[in-house]
Design a protein around this ligand. Structure first.
Ligand code: IVH
Length: 675
């Protein structure tokens, strides 16, 4: 690269870092993750090192942070609040140790204290005569913002120090991390979702926003926590001599000190500690983004001193990032083996922990709606361990214009058939039995014991038949020839003819087995038996309306809807024609209709949560007994079945004088009059 190219790149990096710095430190509204920031900063540091002529006095590498924003008075630090240099791998830890030994003039191992690097905000708390008098954010390291009233709301910050008399420091600046527990964060978001308020993206931003609330009550609501880990200016007798003693000292003064901090005797132990916590980080109730390694001996710390913005006696080992922000370009929908529609995020490619991520899961429609995720948003993406990356939510502050709310397609993106998405259910499904996306699973089910019982068609052959395009829906099974089967991989002459014979035998299983093999939603062997017995042929069943289906004992509204929807799909009807043409028995002996149920002619309304039955189960039982279930209470209602947390429907029933049943009373009613 030409010299001009280096200068240009350096100035681009400075502009990006300055903007990121300003957003992060002044606006508390970062648009890039810490990890991305570190990558840019690292590139600029390397560039300036290799080409010192591009270095500028105002480079972000020469200073720390930006100016405080208005709203809070400035808070001057009596001793600067330093930041830390980073290590990203073992070699960099070993190099750090080598530097410490060289500058400290040490022959053997150096003792360190390893501390978890809590992902929160650094704070400084001032205690005079044992009382908390002021506290501020780090800001640019020299001046922060005074947020004393907000800090007082944090329960793990003592308002007065516990040590009394000679042991108490006359003055002390205690430094540590304000952060939010994952459990508190989850509770806050649940609470906000219940109140229809937008939810927060992650604990760190929520803590940062909490500290900077102008109303301390709003800070208190977020339930922040604090870990103490360092001291600024101090005026006391009997000072600790090592970092691990300092932590004990802070603990005695009444601070929460992280329980996993550990003094170790060499850099090898540091490496082991780092590896241990990279594995165990998910177990914690708070987020950590690395390990802070500090020279244990405070006299050695003083001897080593600082270099620019970073102390020479400490380093931050950064874990691989798990989170990044990027733009949601589109939402595509794939169809799983059981017909479930899966929405997937198409992302502007972004680096997370060393891999480029351009796709992530969005789970389902409810997830997208509850988290208010829209195409065009800047979103936060998490990649934890080996699991599929997941979009956690939009960065609402960056939503500059109105974006449409996303809804799943009403037609299957693979085959174009209707999508079934029952009210109140998270999953939407394709209703086409021959949808290519579902075919392997459907075929395996069709051939299984409880259905058409075709020996030989298991997982493997089902997949081969679909892959080789010999089977495009289950009816194709009955049009296979011996030659076709023989030509398949791993298929011997004998097994091919065995499979063919099994297929032939399956033709006479009858309608009940056939129906259960077709995999109509909610139609398992039991309902298949009822429908076969009541309708007698697949043609009669295909022609039945929802009302007619509801007359069958045990067939509730959900089942009826699903059956009608199935037979409405043209590919399903064509498949049934082919089954018939192949000679598959699609009939069943009609059975005697059950006598009118005990609830014949009665209308019931369900409300609230019953102790044992789900609402659907209760509805199915009522319908099976000849009753009808409607959704609103009127004078025509015969009974209201009320469970826990029944609301307005119960009140209305009481008002109209309609008999109210609990689950036990409903069961009694269903059993009919005693002889
Ligand atoms: S010591 C000179 N100890 O990490 C010592 N920092 O990148 C400076 N942090 O600004 C801080 N946990 O916000 C220290 N146990 C810990 C820490 C910790 C988290 C944060 C802190 C600091 C940043 C340095």
């Amino acid at each position: 690269m030409a010299l001009k190219g280096h200068a240009k790149r350096a100035s681009e990096l400075r502009a990006q870092l300055d903007e990121a710095n300003y957003r992060y430190h002044v606006l508390d509204d970062s648009q890039i993750s810490d990890a991305d920031y570190d990558v840019l900063l690292r590139e600029l540091l390397d560039l300036e090192e290799a080409h010192p002529e591009v270095r500028k006095p105002d480079s972000p590498t020469q200073r720390v942070g930006g100016a405080p924003v208005g709203g809070f008075p400035p808070y001057a630090h009596r001793r600067p609040m330093l930041s830390l240099g980073n290590a990203f791998d073992e070699n960099e830890l070993v190099a750090f140790d080598a530097r410490v030994r060289k500058l400290g003039g040490i022959e053997g191992d150096v003792a360190y204290t390893c501390e978890l690097k809590i992902d929160g905000l650094a704070m400084s708390l001032r205690y005079d005569g044992g009382t908390l008098t002021a506290g501020g954010t780090r800001g640019d390291g020299t001046t922060g913002e005074e947020v004393t009233a907000n800090l007082r709301t944090i329960r793990s910050i003592p308002l007065t120090l516990r040590a009394k008399g000679a042991a108490a420091p006359r003055h002390i600046d205690v430094r540590g991390e304000a952060y939010m527990r994952r459990s508190d964060f989850a509770r806050l978001n649940e609470d906000r979702a219940a109140r229809d308020l937008p939810t927060f993206a992650n604990p760190r931003n929520t803590a940062a926003g909490g500290i900077r609330q102008l109303d301390p009550k709003a800070t208190a609501e977020r339930k922040l926590s604090f870990y103490a880990y360092a001291v600024g200016e101090i005026d006391a007798d009997a000072l600790p001599r090592t970092q691990h003693e300092l932590l004990e000292y802070l603990h005695k003064l009444g601070f929460r000190v992280n329980e996993h901090a550990r003094p170790v005797s060499s850099i090898r132990d540091v490496v082991a500690f780092v590896q241990e916590w990279e594995q165990k980080r998910e177990m914690l109730d708070y987020e950590i983004d690395g390990v802070v390694v500090k020279v244990d001996d405070l006299a050695l710390q003083a001897k080593l001193g600082t270099a620019g913005k970073d102390p020479r006696w400490a380093i931050a080992f950064k874990f691989r990032a798990r989170e990044a922000q990027t733009k949601l370009l589109d939402i595509t929908v794939s169809v799983g083996r059981t017909g479930v529609l899966n929405p997937n995020a198409v992302l502007e490619p972004v680096q997370i922990g060393g891999t480029i991520v351009s796709n992530a899961t969005l789970h389902n429609q409810d997830y997208i709606r509850n988290n208010d995720i829209r195409i065009g948003d800047v979103v936060t993406v998490i990649r934890a361990g080996d699991v599929i990356p997941r979009v956690v939510g939009p960065v609402l502050e960056l939503r500059k214009k109105k974006l449409p709310v996303y809804t799943l397609p009403t037609r299957c993106p693979v085959c174009g058939a209707d999508v079934d998405h029952p009210e109140g259910e998270p999953m939407a499904r394709c209703t086409n039995a021959s949808c290519p996306a579902q075919l392997v699973e459907r075929l395996r089910h069709f051939a299984s014991r409880g259905a058409m019982d075709i020996e030989g068609i298991g997982d493997q052959l089902a997949a081969t038949l679909v892959e080789s395009a010999l089977v495009n829906d289950v009816s194709d099974v009955y049009h296979l020839s011996l030659e076709q089967l023989r030509a398949l991989p791993r298929m011997a002459e004998k097994s091919a003819s065995n499979v063919l014979a099994a297929i032939e035998r399956s033709k006479s299983r009858g309608l009940a087995r056939l129906l259960s093999g077709l995999g109509i939603r909610f139609v398992g062997w039991q309902n298949a038996g009822i429908l076969a017995g009541d309708f007698g042929s697949i043609d009669a069943l295909a022609a039945a309306s929802e009302e007619e289906l509801l007359r069958s004992e045990g067939i509730g509204p959900e089942i009826a809807r699903s059956v009608v929807l199935f037979f409405e799909q043209a590919p399903n009807r064509a498949m049934i024609e082919r089954l018939k043409r192949a000679g598959v028995d699609t009939t069943a002996p009609l059975r005697e209709r059950a006598p009118a149920g005990v609830l014949a002619g009665k209308t019931l309304v369900l409300t609230g949560t019953l102790p044992n039955l789900t609402r659907d189960q209760a509805a199915d039982l009522i319908v099976a007994a000849g009753g009808k279930v409607t959704s609103s209470v009127s004078k025509k209602t015969d009974y209201v079945v009320a469970g826990d947390e029944a609301g307005s429907k119960l009140a209305k029933a009481e008002q109209l004088g309609i008999p109210i049943l609990d689950e036990a009373a409903l069961n009694e009613l269903l059993e009919g009059p005693r002889p």
